[in-house]
Design a protein around this ligand. Structure first.
Ligand code: PLP
Length: 219
């Protein structure tokens, strides 16, 4: 299948999963994860109306998105990979949504940069639902205090929570935990679900799914 056909296929699956869950298909945003793919691979999806994209590395995104954003107004770019403090300024300048706020130091750096640059970035707190030592994210027990720090003390626009479940586990309980934590903290957005499990995530309330290989092919 072509990239256009794969995009159409994913959209169809989102609609079907939403209907099966008794949800409005429009309530789920598709973040097309274009990491490792260059502008030539991305343009056909923009031509098909895709406007929200995810990248996991600041430097790689800087190489392709300024041009693509100049060509098409109103594209929305999400950072979905780990961020170092020394890249906070670059990330704030390029991305519209940063989904990987995962520690106090980066939260402070992002809040300060957003203010300095006058950028109204929306943020997600990344939660390490599986408490995996090698994975970034706030431990479930610490989400309440971390959301309070970001939202109340740093005045960040915290929109929701994001997670990446352990690869070798049933993702359902992780999605359910993320949904519960969001509700407890008065957050309405849930970024969860990738190519292998986005339909499951929709069943658990995902408001955005981050889909890469199912659209662009294997990396
Ligand atoms: C790469 C990536 C995705 C997309 O993964 P696919 O399995 O290719 O859909 C989603 N979320 C994050 C955080 C990623 O790094």
């Amino acid at each position: 299948m072509s990239v256009e056909e794969q995009l159409q296929d994913v959209r169809g699956k989102i609609t079907k999963a939403a209907q099966e869950a008794g949800r409005e298909p429009d309530s789920i945003s598709l973040v097309a994860v274009s990491k490792t793919f260059d502008a030539e691979h991305i343009r056909p999806t923009i031509a098909k109306g895709q406007s929200v994209f995810g990248e996991n590395r600041v430097q790689e995104a800087q190489g392709k998105w300024p041009d693509l954003k100049a060509e098409t107004p109103d594209l929305e770019l999400h950072l979905i990979g780990p961020l170092q403090s020394n890249k906070a300024a670059d990330a704030v300048a390029l991305f519209d949504v940063i989904e990987t706020v995962d520690r106090e130091k980066i939260a402070r750096a992002l809040a300060e940069e957003a203010k300095r640059q006058g950028r109204s970035i929306r943020f997600y707190i990344q939660v390490n639902t599986g408490l995996e030592p090698q994975k970034a994210g706030i431990a479930p027990d610490d989400v309440g205090s971390f959301v309070a720090l970001c939202r109340d003390e740093l005045a960040m626009h915290v929109e929701g929570l994001m997670c990446i479940p352990p690869v070798d586990e049933n993702p359902g309980p992780h999605f359910a935990l993320l949904a519960k934590l969001a509700e407890e903290n008065g957050l309405s957005k849930l970024s969860m679900g990738m190519s292998g499990d986005f339909e499951t995530a929709i069943g658990f309330g995902a408001t955005s799914v981050r889909v890469g290989s199912a659209i662009f092919g294997t990396r």
